[in-house]
Write a protein that binds this ligand. Structure first.
Ligand code: ADP
Ligand code: MG
Length: 695
């Protein structure tokens, strides 16, 4: 057996390979570009391209692609081969620095929200040298950012990189105030925990809803759901274990630090977590992970479902975005320190995150808003659609002591003096056990738990980085002007806690009482994508995002339109699929069962005087359900037809929310009722028990 240490990263053009294949001069120059963002000289680009090509060909590559993340949420690629004709009729393999650095995919088929008129469909992709190139399926993949020719971002990576730069700039100002002059850069890191479902491929093939929409649009609850909780951390079934082992191997070859794997709460649900990395790399790796998960599943005759809510009535799938800020000196700025100064600095960054999350609740909420994730957030599931922060009791009482100038804890008689006192040691174990909070402090990082399993992590991190950068800017503006730093710092932290403590909630986020309490506190409760998304265009958000150069105003409006378009398109496909399944599969199947039962009654009655009470009652019930399904389908058809006449996107999304989705619910509930009284052999596709317990 090959050793992991030998094949880890074997498909990646990483630092080790760069050192081995590039001249010292070229290597150093590339390193400068990677570490400090200095522009790349064309002669250097040519040398890197040549080395990359030779290395990739050794690994069987014939093509290269500029790999990017358009706003569809999935990745895009266009493959070009390395071949170039030679005068003697043969070919040589070529790849220039120009081809490495810049690509020109036909941008017209990617959503731009009106930013780029289709007649000038030109956009270009630019190499992101901080994320390593890799070989997959015979192609050299070059991670890139995607822009229009006028410089507008057409993807999720450009604004992500801009947001990382914004937080870097503002955090450095703060660190300087604390006398930290050694630090050259500050980076955010992310470890995304990824949830998913596995179902048998043969069963999947029989369900149009899973094929077309990634989730079941019909399905009554099986006799056993997730009540038993016996799946979580239970032993992993052999077929799943084989899948996971194969998946790890593929991810490791691509240099992805897949670390943890286990079963999740729902049957057939699992989780994979990597070791955290710099945010843009974590985002690239998470996209790649989702892709590889689906590909490897095929080999095992499985399907990996990344939808947020594949099954009604059992837990949905999310993604936990573990986020921290650290310096190039290796200091985690969200880690409580051991000296008074370190502690004061920690409390300032903590206060900044608290204020950022409170001030920009809407931006965080809408960064994870999709049709799929609406089934988790705001439904009867964790986390709720209301944003709050879990800090744990210990840290909360420290903040309380600071706010009220009172002694901290039972023993200390002294007031908390920032910059003078040392924070008490927190027991880390007590900090991360709240699983219901949307945004939890877990000892030295925050865990943003609202992301949907299929979301790109970029959006959430763009908004989170932007919001924190903005608060750090406000803090730095204030502190830089102060004469007495320690006093100004103390006052600032105290005021921030006072103004923003409403966002802190350590209780049970599932509880209905919390939603009522949150409303009293004035927190936002944006239940659906249609409610949340328009807020990106609120003046305060536009001002903030543009002032840090993360988006232009045009980019913001285009993003709102693209996200709402994704929402209405998704629901529309679901509605049409439901109609199709109801009309062509479910209603005919139930009608057949009713007819067969009615015939049986006729036959029975012809030979005996039996009353056939059971059959007669059943036929009546089935007939009523058929009528209910028919009229619910007709109502849905009508809603879909009306929806098609609405061309203002915000109005269309509201119509989807208010009319189409409720009509879908009605049809589903009638069909699910019918399923429970229809003989299994008549049901046209595999039911929940088979899907959930069939692997
Ligand atoms: P759990 O949330 O299941 O208890 P952990 O907290 O150990 O698991 O880790 C979850 C994820 O958080 C992992 O991907 C891990 O690499 C990541 N993580 C750990 N420390 C940090 C950090 N300082 N910054 C960002 N992510 C981190
Ligand atoms: Mg976690």
């Amino acid at each position: 057996m090959e050793k992991v240490t030998e094949y880890f990263g074997s498909m990646v053009f990483d630092d080790r390979i760069m050192k081995a294949t590039l001249s010292e001069k070229v290597y150093k120059s590339l390193k400068r570009t990677i570490d400090r963002g200095t522009p790349l000289d064309i002669s250097v680009a040519n040398a890197v391209a040549a080395a990359m090509k030779d290395w990739a060909i050794e690994l069987g590559a014939t093509h290269y692609t500029h790999w990017f993340q358009p706003m569809t949420g999935v990745t895009a690629e266009k493959h070009d081969s390395f071949i170039s004709p030679a005068p003697d009729g043969r070919v040589i393999m070529e790849f220039s620095g120009k081809e490495l650095v810049k690509g020109e995919p036909d941008a017209s088929s990617f959503p731009s929200g009106g930013l780029r008129a289709t007649f000038e469909a030109r956009g270009y992709t630019a190499w992101d040298p901080t994320s390593y190139a890799f070989v997959k399926d015979g192609t050299l993949y070059i991670p890139t950012a995607f822009c229009s020719y006028t410089g507008e971002a057409l993807d999720k990576k450009v604004p992500l990189l801009r947001s990382m730069e914004a937080i870097n700039k503002q955090a450095l100002r703060i660190l300087k105030l604390f006398g930290n002059t050694k630090v050259k850069s500050v980076k955010t890191s992310v470890g995304p925990e990824q949830e998913y479902f596995l179902v048998d491929r043969d069963m999947w093939k029989q369900r149009k809803d899973l094929i077309m929409t990634g989730r079941t649009l019909f399905g009554a609850m099986p006799p056993k759901g997730q009540e038993m909780d016996d799946h979580y951390f239970g032993s992993i079934k052999p077929r799943v274990a084989e899948y996971m082992a194969d998946l790890d191997r593929e991810l490791w070859k691509l240099g992805i630090l897949a670390k943890t794997k286990h079963n999740e709460v729902a049957p057939a649900q699992h989780e994979l977590a990597p070791i955290y990395d710099t945010t843009n790399i974590a985002a690239d790796h998470n996209q790649l992970t989702m892709e590889v998960m689906q590909k490897v599943a095929q080999r095992h005759n499985l399907v990996c479902l990344l939808h947020e809510k594949p099954f009604a009535g059992v837990n949905g799938s999310g993604k936990h975005n573990n986020w921290s800020i650290s310096t190039d000196q290796g200091e985690n700025l969200l880690s409580p320190g051991e000296t008074p100064a370190e502690n004061a600095q920690f409390l300032l960054f903590l206060a900044a995150v608290i204020k950022a999350v409170d001030d920009y609740q809407d931006l965080l909420r809408l960064s994870v808003a999709t049709a799929g994730n609406d089934h988790r957030l705001g439904a009867n599931e964790a986390p709720p659609a209301v944003i709050s922060i879990f800090l744990g009791d210990e840290l909360t009482s420290v903040l309380d002591a600071i706010e009220k100038d009172k002694p901290y804890g039972g023993t200390a008689k002294e007031k908390m003096k920032l910059g003078v006192d040392v924070l008490p040691q927190f027991s880390k174990d007590s900090t991360d056990r709240n699983r219901t909070s949307p945004f939890a402090f877990t000892g030295n990082k925050f865990e943003f738990r609202m992301l949907g399993s299929s979301n790109s992590i970029s959006c959430a991190n763009i908004h989170l980085n932007a919001a924190v950068a903005e608060v750090l800017r406000q803090f730095a503006d204030k502190l830089e002007k102060s004469k007495d730093f320690n006093k100004a710092l103390h006052d600032l932290i105290k005021k921030t806690i006072k103004d923003h403590k409403r966002i802190i909630f350590n209780g049970n986020g599932y509880d209905d009482a919390w939603i009522a309490e949150a409303e009293k506190r004035g927190l936002m409760n944006l239940k659906t994508t249609a409610d949340a998304m328009p807020h990106i265009c609120d003046k305060k958000n536009v001002d903030m995002l543009t002032s840090h150069g993360i988006f232009t105003e045009a980019e913001i409006f285009s993003r709102r339109d693209i996200m709402l378009e994704n929402y209405i398109k998704t629901v529309n496909i679901e509605a049409v699929t439901m109609i199709d399944m109801a009309r062509k599969e479910i209603i005919p199947a139930v009608a057949k069962f009713a007819a067969d039962t009615a015939n049986a009654v006729a036959v029975k009655k012809s030979v005996s005087k039996a009353a056939c009470k059971y059959e007669t009652k059943l036929v009546t019930e089935l007939s009523e359900l058929i009528d209910e399904m028919d009229s619910a389908t007709a109502a849905l058809e009508k809603a879909v037809a009306k929806f098609r006449t609405i061309d203002v996107i915000v109005k269309a999304s509201e119509f989807i929310r208010d009319t189409v989705l409720p009509a879908m619910d009605k049809l589903r509930s009638a069909a699910d009722k019918a399923e429970t009284v229809t003989a299994e052999t008549y049901w046209p596709f595999p039911a929940y028990d088979k899907l959930l317990f069939g692997v």
